[in-house]
Write a protein that binds this ligand. Structure first.
Ligand SMILES: Nc1ncnc2c1ncn2[C@@H]1O[C@H](COP(=O)(O)OP(=O)(O)O)[C@@H](O)[C@H]1O
Ligand SMILES: [Mg+2]
Length: 969
């Protein structure tokens, strides 16, 4: 169960642990690891984070976990992060996966990198492939790496170990996080070690990993005095050991086994034993003395040992002997002898490649190197590595440690590493490389390019001063259009990270560069400004004013810039409630028959703005077509964020169209994206999910959906918080709590003013408030509000909005007038594709007719309402309608859920794609879930549908010749 290295790592010469190295006081930890591996083998993946200070035994536990895996058919993949390579983007991930790809052979490698995994191929190819990547989005790479892992896991269970995670590069940790989000159904165990509170560590990412749903944390404690005592005895088998010596060991090492081994090695070097002499030496060394003892031992060795150790300390981990020898300027034979000597005193690991027994020992040697010498050594190491055609990042890592010398070669190598890091989605590393490149400095002709890249990298890294940093870069670029383009790209980077206000400001500066020239680029910048500024309550009024200006410009949608701007105008007009035909025309012109999506991709927002505007005008067919194109685009590019955004808009469309199950599935897909960092609109998504769950009749789940994790406070400035209050209002009404409902609808009133969204098709809060007032005994206010809503709806002119307002008016108006309003609502809604609204109106009309004693008319309406409610999957409404029917004297047969209707939203979706001929893997890649999740849904779907194979799916899903479920992921 111990790693091979352990067997050899006994104290060389002198005291030796008897037999195999022991592992003391780690029984609980081993149990946690063993259980995690068992779970993983059973297909329920786990992540374990082992935390502890240097020398407490993290690596040792990792080796034990690998021991557990051995012999159980679990494949092992391992990586060790190193201090020197923390800016090597995906260094750890590649270290983990590359050997598996290499050993798979030509065909196997191809298979492992096929499908969505192909997105990660640039990481396993020569550096040019990465540099060629156009966008700086890291997600396609994450998604690709996930699929490489998933493909590997298909061959059998996997154990991934990452040692010294506190030095892991940021993108690799993001990959682990992406994987951790999807571990539940994979036979994969991940064990990661890290020192707590390590300066420069990606603390936030490490914490996120540790807090994940399938994660466990092991915190290592020091060993007890008893354990230290046993280790000391083990080191001197059969010898007599004085009590004072043991106590000194305990006192000096404070239960740290690494320190103990190092100190015993020093005692041994001095030719002392476990007696009074040894005790004196220990107490002299004192606590925290690894460093001194290492240096003392090193100094006592033969010629060349110190030089070699220093060379290895500079070069890092896993150093070929010849490289270390070259850097130390030693003859190969002498270097080999020095390496052996260093291994004999517990400084280097025995054998090749060279490395220190522990990173702490490396630090001791490295810290002892005089600064200037260290810098010179790094400079030479960089050239040495470049001569060996090492990856540019490895070369650059050394250049960062070297003094700037105005060397064009160095500046170029650093710039190259910076560009690669930006392409790999590691902007913080890119910043470090590029800043160093600038300090070199580069030849004057290249300075501008470095500055520009630095500015983009800084923006991507979330640097608050990114825009400021930009000033010199901007000034140094002669061409105004180029300046504007740079600002455009920086703005988009900021916006993707949810920093809308700064993004808006950056877009504006971009436009300022142009003066009156380049009208097309100016349009794109203007549209981008509006898109960003509208997302922040502070800048929103300015965005609205700019839209007014755009409206006066007679845009036709002939160019990309015009289309982008038109999308904003259409959206703004829709929110304000401008006549629906106009809104629809604008939105269509903006979409330009697919041109807008092609220009913006599914990650841009203009497409969704146009799609939503269309949805409110009830052009549901076109809106749906646009969104399915967007989903397809997100899938092609492996963009979980684009997929989440498309799903989020799709969910709203589903609800409008009365596809309750789809609305739930889409909203959940968007929220799953939140696990990957999707931040577009959490309150709005939860509002939609809550409404859909309510319609499904699950009020408790709905209540859970509309409560924001972390509370509302962080979202106070979110433009869409009002929609969440609206959902809460409807929920309170459904739970017969009109007073609470009213407070939520009042909040909608306030927020609606702030966000300039008067259109009741967008947020029909007045109808809700009217019904609350009526329930609280104030019919006059109720009618007034409903009347207002109706007037606004008529201005917009969309049947659903008009029908909904008439329905509200009917519900708060007594007697025959009320019935008339409800009948008018039904009539209006019959002209609309909004099936769910029609179902509600019919149910309400039926109820009112029954109360008026018109039983047969009532039964007629209620039966139709029931039928519609079933088709929509609105089980809550169906239940209510059945009660009404019973009260009207009719006994509808109880509707038993069976067949297609019994499927959950996810099962329907998965089954529909399977019926369309997609393989499980293709379905998983399409839905951004794991293959196991797909299998699970399909198995349940088969059971519920009473079928045994994929071939029967199509028939089972299609009833009456009409598809009951559509493949629309
Ligand atoms: N529980 C333990 N019992 C005995 N020896 C241990 C124990 N944990 C660690 N060691 C020894 O202490 C040294 C440091 O352990 P290591 O795993 O490298 O620490 P870390 O990775 O936490 O820095 C190694 O020589 C290891 O064999
Ligand atoms: Mg370690």
């Amino acid at each position: 169960m111990l790693g091979a290295g352990e067997e050899r790592a006994g104290l060389a010469g002198g005291p030796r642990p008897a037999g195999r190295p022991v592992l003391l006081e780690r029984d609980d930890e081993l149990e946690v690891l063993g259980a995690a591996l068992d779970e993983a083998r059973a297909g329920r993946g786990r992540l374990v984070v082992v935390e502890g200070h240097a020398g407490l035994g993290k690596s040792r536990l990792l080796a034990a976990a690998q021991g557990f895996a051995r012999g159980t058919g679990m494949a092992e993949l391992e990586a060790r992060a190193s201090e020197l390579e923390r800016d090597f983007p995906f260094g750890v991930a590649v270290q983990l996966l590359e050997p598996a790809l290499a050993s798979a052979g030509g065909g196997g490698r191809e298979r492992l990198l096929s499908g969505a995994a192909e997105l990660a191929a640039p990481l396993f190819a020569p550096p040019e492939a990465l540099a060629r990547r156009r966008d700086e989005d890291v997600y396609p790479l994450l998604h690709g790496l996930f699929w490489v892992t998933s493909n590997l896991a298909e061959r059998g269970p996997l154990l991934l170990t990452v040692d010294d995670g506190h030095w892991a590069d940021e993108p690799s940790l993001r990959f682990l996080l992406y994987l951790a989000q999807r571990l539940a159904t994979l036979p994969v165990a991940v064990v990661l070690t890290a020192r707590p509170g390590q300066p420069g560590a990606e603390e936030a990412l490490l914490a996120q990993l540790a807090l994940g749903p399938h994660a466990e944390v092991i915190r290592l404690d020091r060993l007890s005095a008893g354990a230290v005592d046993r280790l000391v005895r083990g080191a001197y088998p059969g010898a007599e050991i004085s009590d004072g010596f043991t106590r000194a060991c305990e006192y000096v090492t404070r239960g740290n086994p690494l320190l103990l081994r190092q100190l015993l090695a020093e005692v041994e070097r001095q030719g002392l034993g476990p007696d009074a002499g040894g005790e004196r030496r220990l107490r002299e060394l004192g606590p925290e003395s690894v460093s001194r003892s290492v240096l003392l031992r090193m100094a006592g060795l033969q010629l060349g040992a110190t030089a070699l150790a220093r060379a290895v300390a500079v070069l890092g981990d896993r150093v070929p002997l010849r490289r270390a020898a070259a850097l130390a300027r030693l003859e190969p034979d002498l270097a080999a002898a020095a390496a052996d000597a260093l291994a004999s005193v517990e400084i280097l690991r025995p054998g090749e490649p060279l490395g220190f027994v522990h990173p702490i020992v490396r630090s001791a040697v490295y810290a002892e190197l005089p600064r200037a010498e260290r810098a010179r050594a790094h400079g030479r190491a960089a050239r040495l590595l470049a001569g060996e055609h090492a990856p540019p990042e490895s070369v650059a890592a050394h250049l960062i440690g070297a003094e700037p010398e105005g060397d064009a070669w160095a500046a170029q190598a650093l710039g190259e590493a910076g560009r690669l890091a930006l392409g790999a989605g590691a902007p913080a590393s890119a910043v470090r490389y590029l800043e160093r490149a600038l300090a070199e400095p580069p030849p004057p002709a290249e300075r501008g390019d470095v500055l520009v890249e630095l500015a983009r990298a800084a923006a991507a890294a979330g640097d608050r001063r990114a825009v400021e940093r930009l000033e010199p870069a901007i000034a140094s670029v002669a061409d105004a259009e180029r300046r504007a383009e740079i600002l455009f790209s920086v703005g988009r980077t900021l916006q993707a990270r949810g920093r809308h206000r700064e993004a808006a400001e950056t877009f504006d500066r971009g436009r300022d560069q142009l003066g009156g020239d380049s009208p097309e680029l100016a349009l794109r910048l203007e549209a981008a400004y509006i898109g960003a500024a509208r997302m922040d309550l502070v800048t929103l009024p300015a965005a609205v004013a700019r839209v007014s200006r755009a409206r006066r410009r007679k845009l036709t949608g002939a160019t990309p810039g015009e289309r982008k701007l038109l999308a904003q105008v259409a959206y703004e007009d829709a929110l304000a409630g401008a006549p629906r035909e106009r809104v629809a025309d604008l939105a269509r012109a903006a979409l330009g028959d697919g041109a807008l999506l092609a220009e913006e991709s599914s990650d841009g927002i203009a497409v969704y703005r146009a799609a939503l505007a269309l949805a409110w005008t009830e052009e549901l067919g076109l809106a749906a077509a646009v969104l399915s194109e967007a989903v397809a685009d997100a899938r092609r590019r492996g963009s979980p964020l684009g997929y989440a955004t498309a799903s989020y808009v799709q969910a709203q469309l589903d609800l409008l169209a009365g596809r309750v199950d789809d609305a739930v599935a889409d909203a959940e897909a968007a929220l799953a994206g939140a696990g990957d960092g999707w931040r577009m609109d959490l309150p709005g998504t939860r509002a939609t999910l809550g409404r859909a769950l309510m319609e499904r009749g699950d009020l408790d789940a709905a209540a859970e959906a509309v409560a924001l994790p972390g509370g509302d406070t962080p979202w106070e400035e979110a433009v869409t918080l009002g929609r969440l209050h609206e959902a809460r209002g409807w929920l309170a009404l459904a739970r017969a709590d009109p007073a609470r409902a009213l407070t939520h609808f009042e909040e909608c009133r306030r927020r609606q003013g702030w966000v300039h969204a008067a259109n009741p098709a967008v947020m029909p809060w007045r109808g809700g408030a009217a019904r609350s007032h009526a329930a609280l005994g104030d019919p006059d206010t109720a009618r007034e509000l409903a009347g207002e809503e109706l007037a606004l709806a008529r201005e917009f002119g969309a049947p659903r909005a008009i029908g909904a307002a008439l329905r509200a008016l009917g519900l708060v108006t007594a007697g025959a007038a009320g019935i008339d309003h409800l009948a008018a609502a039904v009539a209006a809604l019959e002209d609309s594709p909004a099936r769910l609204d029609l179902a509600h109106a019919r149910a309400d009309l039926g109820g009112a007719l029954r109360r008026a004693g018109r039983r047969s008319d009532a039964q007629d309406e209620l039966r139709r309402a029931l039928d519609l409610a079933h088709r929509c999957g609105a089980h809550g409404l169906a239940e209510h309608t059945r009660d009404e029917l019973a009260a009207a004297g009719s006994r509808p047969r109880r509707h038993h859920l069976s067949g297609v209707e019994a499927l959950t939203a996810s099962e329907r979706r998965t089954a529909a794609l399977a019926a369309d001929g997609l393989t499980n893997r293709e379905i998983a890649q399409a839905l951004f879930v794991t293959v196991k999740t797909v299998e699970w849904h399909l198995r349940n779907a088969y059971l519920k549908l009473g079928i045994g194979s994929r071939r029967e799916l199509r028939g089972a899903l299609h009833t009456d010749g009409e598809p009951a479920v559509q493949a629309r992921p």
